[in-house]
Design a protein around this ligand. Structure first.
Ligand code: URA
Length: 439
């Protein structure tokens, strides 16, 4: 088999066989196929597309390019959850203790922040001592004993995707739906869960800006999951404005804790209940979505979800005191309001820019290796549809550096748009792919 023939076949619009896809993935991972030929193939796929069978074959070949995690030592049906990433998306922090308190074993691999979006691992490091560098043995034991364990993505998990993603990033071939779907699903399949719940974000703070693209991506990932024999559910949710009110690492941990106490912002609480219900049904712990919702509300009101978070933090070396006293979380030295420049209804928020404001404050990484400041970020006071008077705070800024605070304020203010007319915010849940056969 020759790479040249594979590139030409795809260039001319033909479907690649499984053997050809495996030849490419194995050869590229091993370093036998050079970047320029892999780039040419990615571009050919970008223009010619892949059918369902090719997309599945690419996903499986990438999943099998490294270790397939064996979670069979964990008791019960393992349900994973994945978000395509957004601003203020602290869902895993509240959702995992909620579902674990309902009896779903959570064995999760999470990432760090990427660009303007935050990452679960960075946020969890707001608890002093917390580590995600667990051996597989400790990871499995913690899930069996505590109900949750979260570890960082290991280098040997879908290495073909790691290499290809880096290549796509610099060859303008990231934003192809089948390539995104196979990239995400290869990691999810390799991570070993029995069922997968996907939260596909759409809007100005998401990878997919348009609802129809997000829905198409959700459907494609669900199809891959099912074809690979995993129960897969997808929800498409709004990211046209930040989720909840807090943006920034420790601030998001605080909001997750508040939500576990039953006092979180409505949109965030609703998303946790929606995704959590899917997880409980997929994991066989609830009869239907209504039953699941009842169970989730119960573990919030009786405090068991919050206790589960504390147990999980402690089991991974962290100090859980902040779960019961959020005043102990890292705090910025400067906290000041960002006043509204005018009277009016908030008509639109450029969500990615809010994420950038937090990044400028130090809450995200400017380069791959830069350290982040856990304490900084923004607390929003007005979201789409809110009426504000000139001079009233749109948000509170949390900063540790005057010049960064000034730059972030400018960026944040530019992200808000106003209207004289009343505005209705978009729906939080845009679409749900929940097959009846999953019950
Ligand atoms: N996230 C991924 O993991 N892969 C993609 O291709 C895009 C987003």
């Amino acid at each position: 088999m020759r790479m040249y023939d594979i590139i030409r076949k795809k260039r001319d619009g033909n479907a690649l066989s499984r053997e050809e896809i495996e030849f490419f993935v194995q050869g590229y991972t091993a370093g036998d196929i050079p970047d320029y030929q892999a780039s040419a193939l990615m571009m050919a796929i970008y223009f010619q597309g892949m059918d369902e069978r090719e997309t599945l074959d690419l996903t499986l070949a990438m999943a099998h390019s490294g270790k397939m995690l064996d979670l069979s030592a964990i008791h019960g049906i393992k349900v994973d959850k994945h978000s395509t990433g957004g601003v203020g998306d602290k869902t895993s922090l509240a959702l995992t203790p909620m579902v674990a308190a309902c009896g779903i074993p959570v064995a999760k691999m999470s990432g760090r922040g990427l660009g303007h979006t935050g990452g679960t691992i960075d946020k969890l490091e707001s608890f002093p001592g917390f580590t995600t560098g667990l051996s597989l043995e400790r990871f499995v034991n913690n899930v069996n004993e505590v109900g949750i364990a979260i570890m960082g993505q290991t280098a040997d998990l879908a290495p073909a995707d790691k290499k290809l993603y880096a290549l796509r990033d610099v060859t303008a071939t990231v934003d192809d739906r089948s390539l995104i779907a196979s990239s995400i699903m290869s990691k999810k399949l390799a991570a070993g869960a029995d069922a997968i719940v996907l939260d596909v974000k759409c809007g100005s703070g998401a990878f997919m800006k348009k609802e129809e693209d997000a829905i198409a991506l959700a459907k494609e990932m669900v199809q891959i999951g099912r074809n690979a024999g995993r129960k897969t559910i997808a929800v498409v949710s709004d990211m046209d404005q930040p989720l909840g009110l807090q943006v920034g690492n420790a601030l998001e941990v605080e909001e997750a804790i508040t939500t576990l106490s039953g006092q979180g912002p409505k949109d965030f609480q609703e998303l946790c209940l929606t995704l959590g219900s899917c997880m409980l049904v997929a994991g066989g712990k609830a009869r239907d979505l209504e039953d699941a919702r009842r169970q989730l509300n119960r573990v919030i009101s009786d405090g068991s979800a919050k206790r589960k978070l504390a147990q999980f933090v402690e089991a991974q070396g962290g100090d859980p005191a902040a779960v019961y006293d959020v005043g102990l979380l890292p705090k910025a030295s400067i906290r000041r309001p960002v006043p509204s420049p005018c009277d009016g209804y908030v008509s639109r928020i450029d969500c990615e820019e809010v994420g950038m404001a937090s990044l400028i404050l130090g809450g995200g990484r400017q380069t791959k290796d830069s350290a982040i400041d856990l304490s900084v970020g923004l607390t929003l006071c007005a979201k789409v549809g809110s009426f504000v008077h000139a001079g009233e705070p749109l948000a509170y800024l949390h900063a540790n550096d005057e010049s960064k605070a000034r730059e972030a304020t400018e960026r944040f203010l530019a992200s808000y748009h106003f209207s004289k007319e009343a505005v209705t915010p978009g729906r939080l849940i845009r679409y749900m792919d929940f097959p009846s056969g999953i019950y």
